[in-house]
Design a protein around this ligand. Structure first.
Ligand code: FO1
Length: 311
């Protein structure tokens, strides 16, 4: 097998499998490309939530309850910001803020998001490549029955309650893949879609011009792990969004989303009955435990994925 495994990730589920892959693949064997459609500016600071979640998870710093933010973090700064009248619905912890302050400094020095991320992840002792999908501004906009709203306003401020009509990606048309993503698309020997939200984590990555075409014509094995288990999202609003978008919240509907982009869909044993209809779509169904309760599960799933991509 030539070239590294290219893993596409977003959100907490994506970070967990990325962590598992990073335990069993050497730094030169893995490139983790992360969604940046969730990025936003809070208190003048550039926050990249999905990149941060992968960084903290690989560095062993992530809050185990939420999956995002820093374990054991405090909120002194936010409390003072609230006293000064700032909006504080987006919970930025004190140690977490250091990352956003430093990233904003690096960007202010003219560094790209890729270079800033490389510096910051190296500072946390991470050897594996964590690569933003683009260094341009692509922002996920959730169009709901209560109007259009930026991703974090939908996801955090409104707790995913508004019914979704569509999801769009502002700036995608003018964006380009980051250098690391471009190189990985040229050199990777295999592609993995981590179990991330199809509309909020995977589609932003696919929205960058050329990415869908390059994945459709990718020569190596392409494996996706279903983010839906037993008709439910393991975490987050995916099942609710699928229903609101007029789709079934099933593995088969996940497979339909990936037609032409992946060769194997890994589904949980709870969904074994869906294997035949998934294979009827031309995608092989691989039935294995996919819910990651702890580190061992993440590694087991990563090992299964590695087998499927022939590493
Ligand atoms: N998610 C929440 O539900 N509430 C929050 O207050 C919150 C704060 C936050 C701060 C930093 C960060 O990196 C992530 C944060 N998240 C929060 C999660 C974030 O909205 C999601 O992880 C992604 O954007 C989608 O997976």
């Amino acid at each position: 097998m030539t070239g590294p495994v290219l893993a596409l990730a977003g959100g907490v589920g994506g970070a967990k499998l990325a962590w598992g892959l990073a335990q069993i693949l050497a730094p030169e064997e893995l490139v983790i490309v992360v969604n940046t459609g969730d990025d936003a500016t809070f208190h003048g600071l550039h926050v990249s939530p999905d990149v941060d979640t992968v960084m903290y998870t690989l560095a062993g710093l992530a809050n185990p309850e939420t999956g995002w933010g820093v374990a054991g973090d405090s909120s002194q700064v936010l409390e003072m910001l609230a006293r000064y009248g700032a909006e504080t619905w987006f919970q930025l912890g004190d140690r977490d803020l250091a990352l956003h302050i430093r990233r904003t400094e690096l960007l202010g020095q003219g560094k790209t998001l890729s270079l800033a991320t490389q510096e910051l992840s190296r500072s946390l002792g991470i050897e594996h490549a964590i690569v933003p999908m683009t260094d341009d501004a692509v922002r996920t906009v959730v169009n709901t029955e209560e109007g259009e709203m930026p991703f974090q306003v939908y996801f955090v401020k409104h707790r995913c309650v508004p019914r979704v009509r569509s999801v769009t990606f502002a700036g995608a048309g003018e964006a380009g893949v980051s250098p690391g993503f471009d190189r990985a698309l040229n050199e990777a020997g295999a592609l993995v879609f981590c179990p991330s939200n199809l509309y909020l984590s995977i589609d932003p990555i696919l929205s960058i011009p050329g990415v869908r075409r390059r994945i459709a014509s990718f020569q190596g094995p392409r494996v996706a792990v279903s983010p839906i288990v037993g008709g439910e999202a393991v975490k987050g609003p995916l099942a609710k969004m699928m229903t609101e978008l007029g789709r079934e919240a099933t593995c088969t509907a996940v497979a339909r989303h990936y037609v032409g982009l992946c060769d194997v869909l890994v589904i949980d044993e709870a969904d074994g009955a869906s294997a035949a209809e998934i294979e009827a779509l031309g995608i092989r169904a691989d039935v294995t435990p996919t819910v990651m309760h702890g580190p061992e599960d993440r590694i087991k799933l990563a090992q299964r994925v590695r087998e499927l991509v022939g590493y």
